[in-house]
Design a protein around this ligand. Structure first.
Ligand code: 13P
Length: 239
């Protein structure tokens, strides 16, 4: 069955505190959007205790390994024990700063699915790739590299985040979002037999959220900076 709810996901990155989580306990929901908050690992317990029940909890990364001598890593099954239902995988910051490749991202997606987490797989082109007219080519190779070997009946979420739009206040125009989301949708439909929501991320805020979310094939938003302000995020959740 097709789910028409929009997904609003918050990526707190390496930000937030117990204090902020307490503030977010007052979030309200007037529309039937699905809300996911991905705090840093250290706040997962408080997220479970403090956030209202309608909010799902996500993590920002997981290991591709199940367990063992991998100092500092956290496995998908450990997250599952913490009531986590979703996990961001392959965020552009992880691709760029931590050298994550599509092959590694594929392994993390597999590990997440094995532990019954829904992966939110991030893809998107850099500014120089956009300027070289390579956007669709980049998306194609990221989708192929990270998702083509996943069984077609699995549930995943894809987040399209143009790297140049992250934290810059810039967003693609409506036609660009339409074009990229249609391209991603078509490509995913060739492989998956489930409906894969495609979120948009990159400078989404309380002012542009309604417009972006109404564009064809935009299944929701992945929000960074604006997800750290209760008032703004509440408005986005209700857009
Ligand atoms: P901003 O909303 O701050 O641009 O960040 C987007 C992002 O990276 C979400 O994963």
């Amino acid at each position: 069955m097709k789910n028409n709810n929009k997904i609003i996901a918050a990526n707190w990155k390496m930000n937030g505190s117990e204090e902020l989580m307490k503030e977010f306990s007052q979030l309200t929901r007037s529309k039937h959007n699905d809300i996911i908050i991905c705090p840093p690992f250290t706040l997962l317990d408080s997220a479970k205790t403090l956030l209202p029940n309608f909010i799902k909890i996500g993590a920002q990364n997981c290991s591709e390994e199940e367990k063992g001598a991998f100092t500092g890593e956290i496995s998908a099954s450990m997250l599952q024990e913490k009531s986590v239902s979703h996990v961001l995988i392959g965020h552009s910051e992880r691709r760029r700063l931590f050298q994550e490749t599509d092959d590694l991202i594929f392994k993390k997606v597999e590990a997440a699915i094995k532990s019954k987490l829904t992966p939110i797989v991030c893809i998107g082109e850099t500014l120089s790739e956009k300027e070289a007219n390579k956007t669709l080519q980049v998306l194609d190779s990221q989708i192929t590299g990270s998702l083509a070997k996943i069984e077609p009946n699995k549930q995943v979420i894809v987040a399209y985040e143009p790297v140049w739009a992250i934290g810059t206040g810039l967003t693609p125009d409506e036609n660009e979002i339409k074009e990229t989301h249609l391209y991603i949708k078509t490509k995913l439909n060739q492989h998956f037999n489930t409906d894969i929501p495609i979120l948009y991320g990159g400078s989404a805020n309380s002012e542009n959220c309604s417009q972006i979310i109404s564009i064809d094939n935009v299944g929701g938003l992945l929000v960074g900076g604006a997800s750290l302000k209760k008032h703004d995020f509440n408005a986005i959740c209700n857009c």
